[in-house]
Design a protein around this ligand. Structure first.
Ligand code: KG4
Ligand code: ZN
Length: 339
């Protein structure tokens, strides 16, 4: 079964053709990083307008590189929640139009759930269940219990910033540009993670929730200096900068791993799935090797937003006899809320 997936939840316009939920045939992602860089974060109105310009060229390129004719596609998939409403509307409208014009089934998928599914792309990984899932990205940091990829329950979430957002804000404080994750990850590899004791927010012994705003503020105070001093990052030596990055990353990774361990204990999880932009992080991938169960990461190119994961998850939904109606709406929040 060939599924054409569409993704436009935030600042990436993406399309992909995926065969039988696993084999990715044409994965195209138009990034808007250049447009948002000078604002050090995503500007929703700019994102929506860029999606309008990008959606048709991206769809055409995906079909061309996959060598698939539109008439040979068996279904259309789209991430219809959660995300920026103006951004979501572009992908959802394109998907509905294609499904209607081609008289093919439409399947709306939850973007967060598709980040979990991304570990099966290319590999077809057979994940032991129940599993603990962590989605860590610029917009989300949450833990899930999975009985299957379609049976997902939210068990913990950030009460303030997402971890990727903390990376982006710390990068802004350090003058490292946007997005912050890749560059901080690289500099962290050159520094000493124990140089500065940044706080780890554990939120009570059994809590599966996260908080990253205090850590971010702590980095700001460290860089500025105390007692009214207003230094900025330019006063840091390269070695000090690397140590700040490494120490910040160590604090993030410690908390993520600690919460995964708690979730494993509480849910009797047999495996761990880690998806979302921050799942590309070298420190996190290294630390996850010590977890007591098998850990599944997406292939690198599917950590950040892409449409292959939408098409892949849609395959499971369709196999289970589910289908969306042509009047689905874009929805800004995820379907998963705490039981
Ligand atoms: O999944 P994604 O593309 O978008 C959301 O759904 O939010 O994630 C983007 C986020 C950004 O905050 C970026 O800084 C972060 O993922 N990121 C990383 C790395 N690569 C991307 N964070 C830490 N380490 C990385 N290597
Ligand atoms: Zn995402």
């Amino acid at each position: 079964m060939l599924i054409l997936g569409i993704e436009s939840t935030c600042d990436e316009t993406a399309a992909a053709v995926v065969a039988d939920g696993v084999a990715v045939r044409g994965n195209v992602v138009a990034s808007q990083i250049d447009l948002h860089q000078r604002y050090r974060g995503v500007v929703p109105e700019i994102a929506s307008r860029a999606h309008i310009e990008n959606i048709l060229p991206v769809l055409r390129e995906s079909l061309a590189t996959s060598g698939v004719n539109l008439n040979d596609v068996d279904a259309i998939a789209v991430a219809y929640r959660p995300g920026l409403i103006g951004s979501l509307l572009i992908g959802v409208t394109a998907a509905k139009t294609l499904a209607w014009a081609l008289t093919k089934p439409l399947m709306g998928v939850d973007h967060v759930q598709s980040h979990l599914y991304s570990v099966r792309l290319e590999t077809g990984a057979d994940v032991p269940m129940p599993a603990v899932g962590l989605v860590c990205s610029g917009g989300h940091t949450a833990l899930y219990r999975l009985q299957s990829f379609l049976d997902v329950q939210l068990i913990g979430a950030t009460i303030d910033d997402a971890v990727g957002e903390a990376y982006d804000k710390v990068a802004a404080i350090l003058g490292l540009g946007y997005p912050g994750g890749p560059v901080i990850d690289r500099l962290a590899g050159l520094g000493d993670g124990s140089a500065i004791k940044f706080p780890r927010s554990r939120m009570g012994r059994e809590s599966l929730d996260f908080s990253f705003s205090g850590l971010k503020t702590s980095v700001l105070y460290h860089v500025r200096g105390f007692k009214g001093c207003q230094r900025d990052a330019s006063s840091l030596s390269p070695r000090q900068l690397n140590d700040v990055c490494a120490s910040f990353q160590a604090a993030c990774v410690d908390v993520l791993i600690e919460k995964i361990k708690r979730a494993l204990r509480q849910t009797h999880g047999q495996a761990v799935i880690i998806g979302g932009g921050v799942s590309a992080n070298g420190g996190l991938r290294q630390a996850a090797k010590k977890l007591p169960v098998p850990v599944f990461f997406p292939p690198m190119q599917y950590c950040t937003d892409n449409a292959a994961m939408s098409a892949g998850l849609a395959y499971l939904h369709l196999q289970a006899g589910q289908k969306s109606s042509l009047d689905i709406d874009a929805i800004p929040y995820s379907q998963f809320s705490r039981a």
